[in-house]
Design a binder for this molecule. Structure first.
Ligand code: PMP
Length: 412
């Protein structure tokens, strides 16, 4: 899809937060991988819900409750459709962290991982797709193993083939790492997992906002993503699952809204997705997220990806050319527009403050991926990440500013 199909001026006009200043400079928001800004239509959709139809769903006989229920279930269908899924395959959660924890607990409770079994993750996982599996392993007596990444940031697929064995029950991996930005070889990992009968769990947090995503087409059994990274509200995310697996998994949280018959001794549960959604649902957030994916659909995810690839190349080539800047995982691979880097002789937090004083918002630290940082060396890096609204000029401003960092701190 040609990049001209996105009218960037019109897109930017849709995002109120982009028009503020920081320290007298126009904001350059390069932290979309942490949280993306929201277009006015998403803010309006949430507002329209809370001012017009605010009510609890799936209970109550009144008009507002019926309207809220329709909006909530329509939102599910819209967001499921965005990732190629049927509505029953999409469980609302409070975010990707909740989705991945739900997956790990339910898999354990179903007895699908037992003592002596193995659970495999990659070295490049966000803590949200690592610690739930560590905890599952320690609860069950299973062994956690990991797939290494090459120096260039790509997954070592041949090592994966030896790490994944007949003892493997789960293979959990990010579609795109939130530090490396590289699109992982999903087909290879899914084939290896399924070849030994293991469940393939994908963290789609960093792909859902940037690439066309067809979860059934990718063949993963479970996947997780978060609304606030894809132009939507926070407090909402989803666990996607195949119908077969969701039906086999028990609920993790129990209570109202997820039951058929309850006695003092027992409870019968609704089918998926409702059996995983105990309690009062996050309705305005679901409505907002549905509007966010409609917004992305209107832009066309193919066009979004093409434009962000162009930004990514511009950012990486620019940063590569600066003396003393080291990019983590610099493979020429398929990527999203995200670069994590270290500046020789200057702490990442100092770089972050230097950039902030110029209106440039980046993330600094280990980005919830300590093992990956340990593997590459620096304890903390600077991460710049683009969104649908990022301009070439903003990328150039980042490169100019990073180019001045070492001189400013006397490290050049
Ligand atoms: N996985 C990845 C790759 C992420 O980038 C994030 C958010 N930083 C998460 C999981 C967790 O998402 P959330 O905090 O929205 O639950």
């Amino acid at each position: 899809m040609p990049t001209e199909t996105i009218d960037l001026a019109a897109v930017r006009a849709d995002f109120p937060a982009l028009h503020r200043e920081v320290d007298g400079c126009p904001l350059i928001y390069l932290d979309s991988a942490a949280t993306a800004q929201r277009p006015q239509s998403v803010i309006d959709a949430e507002l329209a819900f809370v001012t017009g139809a605010n009510a609890a769903v799936h209970r109550g006989a009144h008009t507002l409750a019926a309207e809220a229920t329709d909006l909530f279930e329509d939102a599910r269908a819209t967001v499921a459709g965005f990732v190629g899924a049927a509505p029953e395959q999409l469980v609302w959660t409070s975010g990707a962290t909740a989705a991945l924890n739900t997956a790990a607990y339910a898999i354990g409770a179903a007895g699908l991982v037992r003592e002596g079994d193995e659970v495999v993750v990659t070295e490049a996982e966000h803590h949200a797709n690592l610690i739930p599996w560590q905890q599952l392993a320690s609860r069950t007596g299973a062994v956690l193993r990991h797939i290494p990444v090459h120096e260039d940031g790509t997954i070592d697929v041949s090592a994966a083939a030896s790490v994944i064995s007949s003892r493997t029950r789960v293979v959990a991996f990010a579609h795109v790492s939130n530090v490396l930005g590289i699109v992982n070889p999903v087909a290879d990992l899914v084939a290896l997992a399924h070849g030994v009968g293991a469940i393939a769990v994908m963290d789609a947090c960093q792909s859902a906002p940037h690439l066309p995503l067809d979860l059934p087409g990718l063949g993963v059994d479970l996947a997780a993503f978060s609304g606030h990274k894809m132009l939507g509200p926070n407090g909402i995310g989803a666990l996607y699952g195949t119908a077969e697996l969701l039906d086999a998994l028990p609920p993790v949280f129990t209570g109202g809204s997820m039951v058929t018959t309850v006695t003092l001794e027992t409870a019968e549960f609704l089918p998926a997705p409702h059996r995983f959604e105990a309690g009062t649902q996050p309705v305005s957030q679901a409505v907002g997220l549905a509007e966010a994916v409609r917004y992305l659909d209107r832009l066309d995810m193919g066009a979004v990806h093409a434009r962000e690839r162009m930004l990514e190349q511009r950012m990486r080539e620019g940063l590569r050319g600066i003396d003393g800047v080291r990019l983590l995982g610099d493979a020429d691979a398929e990527r999203i527009a995200l670069c994590a880097f270290a500046v020789d002789g200057v702490h990442a937090h100092d770089v972050g403050q230097f950039l902030d004083a110029r209106g440039i918002a980046v993330r600094v630290g280990h980005h919830c991926a300590q093992p990956l940082h340990r593997r590459f060396g620096p304890a903390a890096t600077v991460r710049a990440s683009a969104g649908v609204y990022t301009t070439e000029d903003e990328i150039d401003a980042l490169i100019d500013a990073v180019g001045a960092v070492r001189g400013y701190f006397g490290a050049a």
